[in-house]
Write a protein that binds this ligand. Sequence first.
Ligand code: IMP
Ligand code: MG
Length: 175
Amino acid sequence: MKEEIEILISEDELNKKIEDLANQISESFKDKDLTLICVLKGGIMFMVDIAKKLKQKNIQFEFMDVSSYCGTTESTGNLTIHKDLECSLENKHAILIEDIVDSGRTLSYLKKYLESKNPASLKVCTLLDKPSRRIVKIEADYVGFTIPDKFVIGYGLDYEQRYRNLPYIGVLTLK
Ligand code: IMP
Ligand code: MG
C-alpha cells in the first residue's frame, strides 16, 4: 500500500500559532510558576516549542504516558497510566499539553486524574482539535487549530510510530 502525505499546516503556520498561544498563556499567568505536563509521545514537539516561547522563567516539565479505552466504568478507571508524574501538583499551576483532542476520552480521564492531585489551577492546551469526532463533551482552554475529520501525522503525531519527526502537520492517506 502506498502512503501519501498532503501538508495541512505548514511549519511556518505552526510557529506563528505557537507564538500566539505562548503569548496568551504568558499573559494569563503573568509571573506565576508553571508546570507543563506533556502527554507522550505526541505532545513532545509542541511542549518543547511552546515552552521556549513562554515569558515565565520558572517552568517545570512533567511527562505522562497513558492510554484510554471505552467502557462504562466511572472516573479514571478507563485510564491506563504507563508513565506517571514524578512531582506533586499540589498548589501548582499546571497546563496539560496535548497533541490532539479527538473523541475526548483521553483528555476527560486525564483531567479528572490531574484534578485529584489538587493543583492550584489546571488548564488544557492542545495543538489540534477534531470537534466533529467528539464522544465525551469536553473542550481545551487553548486550541491551536480546529481541523476536519482526517487522520493527521507529523510534529509529534504518528501513524504506527512513524512520521513524528516531520516539521509540519500532514494528512495521511493510504492508497
Ligand atoms: P481521544 O482520546 O479519542 O481524544 O484521542 C486521543 C489520542 O488519539 C490522541 O492523543 C492521539 O494520540 C490519537 N489520535 C487521534 N487522532 C489522531 C490523528 O489524526 N493522528 C494521530 N493520532 C491521533
Ligand atoms: Mg496523544
